[in-house]
Design a protein around this ligand. Sequence first.
Ligand code: GLN
Length: 535
Amino acid sequence: MAREPKYIFVTGGVLSGLGKGITAASIGNILQARGLKVNIQKLDPYLNVDAGTLNPAEHGECFVTKDGAETDLDLGHYERFLNIQLTNKSSVMSGRILRNLINDERAGKFLGKTVQMVPHLTNATIDVVEQAAEGFDVHIVEIGGTVGDYESPAFFEAIRELGAKVGAKNSLNVQVVYMPYLSTSQEIKTKPAQNAVRDLRSMGIVPNVLVARSEQATSGDKIRAKLSAFCGVPETGIAILPNARTVYEVPLTLEEQGIGNYIVDWLDLPSHKPELTDWKKLVETILSKRSPTVKVGVVAKYMDNQDTYMSVFEALRAAAWEHKVDLDIQWVDAEKLQKTADPTDLFAGLDGIVVPGGFGSRGVEGKIAAAQYALTNKMPYLGLCLGMQVGVIAAARNAGLTKASSEELDPKGSELVIATMHDQKGKENTGGTMRLGDYPCVIQKGSKAVELYGSDTITERHRHRYEANNEYVAQYESWGIIPVGKSPDGTLVEMIEAKNHPFFLASQFHPEFLSRPNVPHPMFLGFIGSLKKKH
Ligand code: GLN
């Protein structure tokens, strides 16, 4: 008989941006290393329905699940740390639960009763958590934001009630807090952490594990004793996490501090020795000196914030680790590129170019110029979603179709080599309506793509509204590109390659979502491999 799932609730205090998602994922990692079946979910207090409409420059990338949910970037951490594929059940924003409640209210399902935060919103929240937990040994639930945010009390009440319902041995609360360093007195202060714990306790939730983040390294013993005395958490349940050299080190740091065994004991889980050999090897590789250094230019309109393209950066890094090369990622400003007549200087010193996904018209001409440059100068190019669309436009323009464009960029254009998908017309400003999630793709024999994948049928994740216009596909050959990947019915171009080029590969899908730190994605491996050859 299947065991009842055990719950781990991860909350945050003091500051946002402490790495609560990484902590939740790392806890999952060390439990999974003990042979446990782990699921993980984020409850986001924002009143949005999903993350699809959020600005990636502010909130980080929109991570897409296999079943097409547009989610928060933490889901990407979860998938990478656990090497699993999550579904829409793992990403729940308040707006989604509220919308369902309000629809039920309009449909008369409450039979004249008032609809309230408690018990209606809380019960609906407990339902989505329990549904996601079904069939797993451990279910980790991260609550977005920090204790005290205006939007979140109902979520805290829901996890309090669920904890009480399943009983003390079946749930555990982890609070991630921050300890600032005061340079004048040269000490790490615990008071904000104490206050955050008090805030959590005032909501009826007592932390069992405390993960205390700090920017400074510390021996930890004195701090652990102090936190334990003031926060009511046993010293063995406290992990001190100074800034890590790589996020992938965090599971190992938690394990070293005994948190894995502490959790297993607390939840009365079968205690196998954790199998972390491969993970340790990964961290060793990441921290080792690697050479040569390959330089990649990422052409973007949102600059200086890696979170915006989190999975792309992680996929590039994973491929570099596998190839044992060092990686230097530089931003290439798409808007600056757009205004530059000769972009040679902007690409000087780079080994290859990546054009990641994007929306809207700002900076797109610069991205087209980058693809044109890569085609003409035989510079390795990796195009992701919008990166494929600009690749097609670039090839067309280089071949003389000077007005070649995309319907997104120039709705009235006369040579729209990229057009709105038929079933997307009229949906341009609505959330959750793009072509989203997994779709199969058939790759042409003899292509570079098929060689990289080692298979001619693949499934990848999508998020787009526009597509390669089939009226022009017959001309690709004369433009120097080949539509090497298509939907199984042959109607949709999914991948292109350039002829007679060291590496020019682009896809309509987002391969970055399937890359894992220890299982790099074939397209990224091929790209980084082509850069390594240049040295
Ligand atoms: N804006 C393009 C489209 O909707 C590309 C989307 C993307 O890069 N994710 O088709």
